[in-house]
Every structure is written in C-alpha cells, then in structure tokens.
Write a protein of this length. Structure first.
Length: 388
C-alpha cells in the first residue's frame, strides 16, 4: 500500500469532479467569468427598454448562461463532438439574436461562445470555430448601431480567450495521459517483479522437485522387497528437500533484503519512466551495516513508489548522508517531491517501514513539505549495537 492518498476533496487537473464539494468549486470557478456579463445586465436595467423587452431579454440571457455553463462544466466528460457543435450553434444563434435586438452591449456574448468552443472541442476543430465565432461577432457588430465602437475591445478577448481554452484542454488531456502512464509503469514494474520471482523459483525448485518425484517413485517400487535401498532413496529425498529449502530461503532473503545501489538504480529508472526529473546520488557511502542498508533500501523503494503512483510530482530529490547525533552517527535518507500527494492514512507501507526501522533502532518521519510536496526521512544508527 502506498504511503499517501490524494485528498478526495481536491479537484485535480484532468479529473472530473467526484463529489459535491468538487462540483461546487468547479462551478464557482467557471461562474467567476460571468462577471463580464455586467454590460448586458446593465443594459437591461438602465437601457430604457420596455417591461416586455426586459422580460424577454432576461429570459434570453438566463437561457444563454445556462447553456454555456452546461457546455463548459461537462467539458471533462468528453461530450460527443456533434452535440458540442449543436450546442455552440444554439449559443451563437442566441448571441446573434440578442445583440441584433437589444444592442451593442450584448456583443460580449460572442466571447463566451468563443471560449466554450475552445474548451469543449478538440484542437483540430476549435482552431476553426474560435475564429469563426469571432468573425460572426464582427459581422454582427457592423449590423448593430454603434457596434463597431465595441468591436475593438472584444476581438482580442474572443480570440485569446478561445485559444487559451484550447491550451487548457490540451494540458488536461496531457495530464490524464500522464496519470495513465504512471499507473501503467507501476503495474508493469509489479508484473516484472512477479515474473522474476516466478522464474527464479522455477529455476531453483524445478530440478529438485523433479528429483524428489523420481526418487519417491523409485522408493515406492523398491518396497517392500528392498527396504535398505528404499531407505537410501528416502534419505536422498530428505537431503534434496533440505537443500531446496535452503535455496528458497536464500532466494526469498535476496528479494526481501534489497540493496541501496540496486534501489537507487531502480529509482532512476522508475522516475524517468514516469516523467519525473530526479536528483539521486550515485551510490551509498561505504561501511553501512547490512541491516541499516536494507532498512534504508526498503524506505527508498516505498517512497519512490509513492512518488510515481500518487504524488503527481514533476521533481523528486533523494539525499543520503551521515549525521553525527548525541546518540552516535546515523545514516539519513530523505526523499522529497513537489507533488500533491499529501499525508495519507498510515497503511501497510508506512507501518511496515516504521517496524523495519525500529527493528534496527531507526526512525521514520513522513509528511507534507512546505505548501506543496511530500517528504519522507528514514534514519538508522550506524552503530547498531548501541542503537538497538
């Protein structure tokens, strides 16, 4: 289990809202930009329109805003392109009718058409629809009295806002792909470890188990006529079994006792495959006790796994140094990142590391580092005789 879990109350880039709070945060963020509708609202209130016109204009504006919010809010859910195009056509028709009937203040609606186009359509389509919405706004502006005076202030927001949303959409898509790639890398690493263990156990036990089977069959055929020869075969079976048990224990001990050089090399590979810029030392200092090195290696493996799977980090730094304390010299391993992993609930990974380090007199600390990021620090005494 990983050391940390992503905060369920935080809306991450590239992920649709999963609970009520995330939906509210996204809705508020989108609604901030409705501030620029103050011009149409002010025109309804102070534009000298009749009561009927105000009522119809208010209903039209409410329908436009509702359609816009639905379109932009559902962007991460990948609506069908045809449905998006129909929705944009409806928005464009509403903006055109409201601008032609109520005046130049309503031309700002075309900016929202352009932005929603960039947010909801793939880049190969929105690169045409954003200029198209801007061109429609230009044509409508020249048909509205005094509209050309407003046009200069709306052209840049329409174009830049639309293409900015194209970039945001591309960033979201890249983020989603990166998350999927990191999950794939972690899964492939786990699969490779299982295959390696299966291959080694097969190599170790295949011959021994075959020999045990043959000798068991031979001993069965010798009984009861040749008890001495059968006893010799049974003795051979015991000897082969004991040797196989020793081989398995050595193999499992090798898997359970990682080395720092191997884990440092593995960390470079895993972080590079996940697209994380890594700052990792070349190797551990000489003279580390075997138990201390094993505990630090386990800490490094678990911390790097957490960075790859859960942190969303762009950078990761590993430091390994010796410090002099009042209790004696200690080796200190620190793994820090700039991601958003946060401090998760103590799971098997964190609990297991704590137990491993305590067994050699060491300590473990893990938690947020600064405003963003996460840091894990493992310390083990170099004089294990005094530290235990």
């Amino acid at each position: 289990m990983a050391l940390t879990q992503e905060d369920d109350d935080r809306t991450a880039i590239g992920k649709p809202p999963e609970n009520r709070r995330q939906k509210l945060v996204k809705a508020l963020w989108i609604s901030i930009w409705l501030f620029y509708l103050s011009a149409p609202v002010s025109d309804l209130i102070h534009g000298g329109h009749s009561t009927g016109v105000r009522l119809l204009g208010g209903l039209g504006l409410a329908a436009f805003v509702a359609w816009y919010l639905v379109l932009v809010f559902r962007t991460v859910r990948q609506m069908a392109v045809r449905r998006v195009l129909v929705s944009l056509a409806v928005l464009s028709a509403q903006a055109t009718v409201l601008s032609l009937t109520l005046g130049r203040e309503w031309l700002v609606l075309f900016v929202y058409v352009s932005i929603s186009s960039g947010a909801a359509l793939p880049g190969e389509i929105s690169r045409w629809t954003v200029p198209g919405a801007t061109a429609l706004m230009t044509a409508t502006a020249f048909a509205v009295p005094g509209g050309d005076d407003y046009l200069a202030g709306l052209l840049i927001p329409a174009l830049m806002g639309g293409f900015a949303m194209v970039g945001v959409r591309a960033m979201i898509r890249t983020t989603v792909e990166l998350r999927q790639a990191r999950a794939t890398v972690a899964q492939l690493a786990a699969n490779e470890e299982r295959l390696r263990l299966a291959r080694d156990l097969h190599d170790l036990l295949g011959h021994s188990l075959s020999l045990i089977t043959l000798k068991s069959e031979l001993a069965g055929r010798m009984l009861p006529g040749q008890p001495e020869a059968a006893a010799q075969q049974v003795a051979d079976i015991e000897r082969v079994s004991r040797q196989a048990l020793v081989d398995v224990r050595e193999a499992v001990s090798g898997y359970r006792r990682p080395t720092l050089p191997g884990e440092l090399a593995g960390a470079r590979t895993a972080l590079a495959a996940a697209g994380v810029v890594a700052d990792i030392p070349t190797g551990p200092e000489d003279g580390l006790p075997e138990e201390a090195e094993s505990a630090l290696a386990w800490s490094l493996r678990e911390a790097v796994t957490n960075v790859v799977r859960h942190s969303g980090a762009k950078r990761c730094r590993v430091t390994l140094e010796t410090r002099q304390t009042l209790a004696g010299p200690v080796a200190e391993l620190t793994v820090s990142d700039d991601g958003t992993g946060g401090l998760g609930l103590p799971g098997n990974g964190l609990t297991g590391l704590t137990e491993r380090l305590e067994a050699v007199g060491g300590t473990l600390s893990a938690g947020p580092a600064g405003k963003t990021g996460f840091a894990l620090t493992a310390r083990v005494p170099l004089d294990l005789g005094s530290g235990s």
